[in-house]
Design a protein around this ligand. Structure first.
Ligand SMILES: Cc1cc2nc3c(=O)[nH]c(=O)nc-3n(C[C@H](O)[C@H](O)[C@H](O)COP(=O)(O)OP(=O)(O)OC[C@H]3O[C@@H](n4cnc5c(N)ncnc54)[C@H](O)[C@@H]3O)c2cc1C
Length: 566
């Protein structure tokens, strides 16, 4: 790669990650201030990148009935009392206008005979969203946004006031680096998968629930710049159809179909009757795992009662986002499958379904000056889904335009030099340690000691302490990772980022000495919820190479207190 030829680019607003939130942020910015320059640096290609790459069949956060306050109540209840009320409420207030934005892009929505949206629940409506990402990309191109595709951002850059003022980008097709200087920087790189061993082996290992190319780069860059993170320990585990990993909501929401065990008992219904309430999202997974434990698995969604028109609707919905399940359902066209096996996915961390990510303020500012975060990279507001990501992008852009686009001093040459040295290290490394070996080791450690799917998502102090030690050792050894091609270089960055995030995740899991969100976070040595001590956020920062963890009160002013040594 050509290290001597470093391009220098200036822009007003730099958006890192051109997925759902990133593309929409660029559109909002150009709509509000057409004269500013907006640049997206995207690791893949914005036409089909990130969580939306394959399309979606529903808007999962739309207020069919109820108020933004009802939405907050629901999210808080489902999350066992800990969410950032201010963030969730601000999202709730914008959800339906974000659905209107999706329609405006040209995405078709099925309609009732009366012309309304077709709802699956009080908060979810159907959409024909297979083409949503290409439509977003077209809108971005028409708005005059500069886009660098296949250009992963590697490091944030800082000026003499320790503000973030740009980023170092690696262009995979031209084999060059560039320094992008910006007045405001926004991280929209989503969450992170690949920290745990994927459920599917071999060539199918990229068939993960969360977008396999979201390696948590933005979170890792933020940590290296000193940003505070929240709630990594609340991992997200999706209950999905087995192997092909399609959404189970499509089978159950609004259809009356239910989860059942191998002998057909509808165990979730039984639990709901016993508890006298609806199950939370993580309980649907927990009780599935319990059926397996009791020898009553595998578990299924039984769809034999679906009539033909509903079955056709199901197939149509799946074609909008998960066509592989259609091949699975219809592999014997004479006898379409009527029981669909379900299981938990590999754990990932994200702030779209879960609430792991940057600790942000109401304007979506991170704790590092000049740096914003939105979408799955932003923490504290779970269940935001696509419309919530759009809402956060809009909130962040409004604030950036009101106070950041005024001028900022450029990155120091020492910072640029250090970033370049670090970024180029794998190209100059002697030896042949490949990222694949390091990644496998990382995933083995996390799987076995930090509550992977084969461990029923459970862990305990002593296992986590081993994970901590093994990860520190792996991080040291991974510094010898070598790359000969731009693609391998990018994968070494991904692997290094995942190791760092795994280290932080382990510290969060150690700090929360209770079990708050069964399966997402289960401590076998502390099996009960402990509201007295742990109805708090667990937050973390990097100080040099050390990760420090603290507890923050669940309500403003979010007072910080220390966490006991594990
Ligand atoms: C499988 C799945 C199904 C879902 N289904 C629904 C649904 O039906 N309805 C609903 O409302 N919501 C759904 N969601 C949630 C919703 O899609 C996500 O919350 C949302 O798309 C996340 O947006 P984002 O912009 O934060 O991340 P993404 O859209 O994932 O964007 C992140 C972008 O950052 C890029 N990137 C990563 N690293 C770098 C780097 N170093 N440099 C530059 N770019 C980088 C990635 O390539 C990607 O383009 C689903 C999510 C998943 C994973």
């Amino acid at each position: 790669m050509n290290l001597l030829n470093v391009q220098h680019i200036n822009t007003d607003l730099l958006i890192i990650g051109g997925g759902t939130a990133g593309c929409m942020a660029a559109l909002f910015a150009k709509r509000a201030a057409p004269s500013i320059s907006v640049t997206i640096a995207e690791k893949a290609h914005i036409r089909r990148s990130g969580c939306l790459a394959m399309g979606l069949n529903a808007v999962n956060a739309h207020l069919v009935t109820g108020t933004p306050e009802d939405y907050l109540d629901y999210v808080r209840h489902d999350n066992y009392g800990i969410v950032r009320d201010d963030l969730v409420l601000s999202i709730g207030k914008r959800l339906n206008s974000m659905t209107a934005e999706i329609e405006r892009l040209g995405v078709p929505f099925p309609r009732t005979p009366q012309g309304g949206f077709v709802s699956r629940s009080p908060r979810s409506i159907l959409m024909h969203g297979e083409h949503l990402k290409p439509l977003l990309a077209d809108a971005v191109a028409s708005a005059g946004v500069s886009v660098f595709n296949r250009s992963p951002v590697v490091r944030l850059l800082h000026n003499a006031h320790a503000e973030v003022c740009g980023a170092l980008v690696c262009h995979l097709r031209t084999n060059e680096f560039s320094v992008i200087s910006a007045r405001a920087v926004m991280i929209c790189t989503g969450g992170a998968t690949g920290i745990y061993r994927p459920s599917n082996p071999g060539l199918a290992r990229t068939k993960t629930w969360y977008c396999p190319y979201n390696a948590g780069a933005g979170l890792a860059m933020g940590l290296r710049s000193g940003a505070e993170m929240t709630s990594f320990e609340m991992r997200f585990v999706a209950l999905r159809t087995k192997d092909v990993i399609a959404p189970t909501g499509t089978l159950m929401l609004g259809t009356g179909m239910r989860q059942c065990n191998a002998s057909g008992a509808t165990y979730t219904r039984q639990k709901e009757a016993m508890l006298g309430r609806k199950l939370t999202t993580c309980e649907r997974l927990l009780f599935t795992i319990q059926e397996h434990r009791q020898g009553s698995g595998p578990c299924y969604v039984d769809i034999s009662d679906l009539d033909q028109s509903r079955y056709d609707l199901l197939i149509e919905s799946y074609l909008n986002m998960a066509p592989s399940i259609v091949l699975h359902l219809l592999k014997d066209i004479e006898q379409p499958l009527r029981r669909v096996e379900i299981c938990g996915s590999e754990p990932c961390i994200n702030g779209g379904h879960g609430m792991a990510g940057f600790w942000i303020d109401a304007h979506r500012r991170t704790t590092v000056a000049g740096l914003y975060a939105a979408g799955d990279a932003a923490g504290g507001a779970p269940k935001k889904y696509i419309t919530g990501c759009f809402a956060e992008a809009q909130i962040a852009v409004e604030h950036m335009l009101s106070c950041e686009i005024n001028g900022k001093s450029a990155a120091t040459s020492a910072d640029i030099e250090a970033a370049l040295q670090e970024a180029a290290r794998p190209l100059q490394a002697h030896g042949d340690l490949a990222f694949t070996e390091v990644e496998e080791r990382l995933q083995k450690i996390m799987e076995e000691y930090a509550g992977g799917s084969t461990q029923n998502y459970e862990t305990s102090r002593d296992k986590l302490l081993l994970a901590r030690a093994y990860l520190e050792d792996l991080e040291q050894r991974s510094r010898a990772m070598a790359a000969a091609t731009p693609h391998d270089l990018m994968r070494t960055y991904d692997t290094a980022d995942r190791i760092l995030l795994a280290r932080v995740l382990v510290e969060h899991l150690l700090a929360r000495r209770e079990t708050r969100w069964p399966c997402y976070q289960t401590r076998l040595d502390y099996p009960l919820r402990n509201d007295l001590e742990f109805k708090v956020f667990i937050n973390s920062r990097m100080q040099g190479d050390r990760i420090t963890v603290c507890k923050r009160d669940p309500a403003p002013p979010y007072v910080c207190s220390p966490v006991e040594e594990a």
